[in-house]
Ligand binder design. Structure first.
Ligand SMILES: [Zn+2]
Length: 204
């Protein structure tokens, strides 16, 4: 048996659910506990929409990304939307259920900032209006406003090494793609990108 097929069997055996657990933590992990899944959700909050942009941002194998995106759609976290008809191209948007993961994402980040980031936070999440930091209670440290993902922006923090790409931005990713492969036919360089803002399925 090859190394790859051993991995596949092991993955199948591990599964993604926790049978016998009547517990919302276990149920939530059944949806977002796979490797890469929360990073895809993170990128979706940062405004990434398209398969190639997720792939460029995360650097994961396309088949893994495809499987994670499909699962996130099946589970109701993301939805696919047609943005180009010929050839058909889809983008991935957070649903209302997906938007509800924002506090989870912020908590994961803040825990990592506190316990795993010796050089300080690599990324800062700030209130878009005043630049105040997001508190654990999801309010603005400076002005006290209650914050949602839509009220915030991200900035490089002190823990981001010099020369490291700044927090993911679709336009930035697309610029890399253009520089590397200006003839790629499936990408439209003039496409409109709404940066950092997301819409929920219930609003459109
Ligand atoms: Zn503020």
């Amino acid at each position: 048996m090859t190394q790859l097929s051993v991995c596949k069997v092991r993955h199948r055996m591990l599964g993604r659910t926790y049978e016998g657990q009547i517990c919302s933590v276990a149920r939530t992990l059944g949806v977002i506990g796979d490797r890469w899944t929360m990073l895809i959700v993170r990128d979706a909050f940062l405004g990434v929409r398209r398969f190639d942009d997720f792939q460029r941002s995360l650097g994961i194998a396309r088949n893994v990304l495809d499987s994670r995106l499909s699962r996130l759609c099946d589970d109701g976290i993301l939805e696919r939307r047609l943005y180009q008809e010929r050839p058909e191209r889809y983008e991935y948007r957070l649903t209302e259920m997906g938007h509800d993961l924002w506090p989870v994402l912020v908590s994961l980040m803040q825990w990592g900032d506190r316990h795993l980031s010796d050089d300080g936070p690599p990324i800062l999440v700030q209130h878009r209006d005043c630049g105040g930091a997001v508190t654990p209670g999801l309010t603005c440290e400076k002005c006290g406003a209650t914050l949602t993902a839509r009220d915030t922006q991200v900035r490089p923090g002190p823990g981001l090494p010099e020369g490291h790409p700044e927090p993911v931005q679709p336009a930035y990713l697309r610029a890399i793609a253009r520089a590397g492969s200006s003839s790629a036919s499936s990408r439209r360089s003039s496409s409109k990108v709404s940066r950092g803002r997301t819409k929920t399925s219930s609003q459109v």
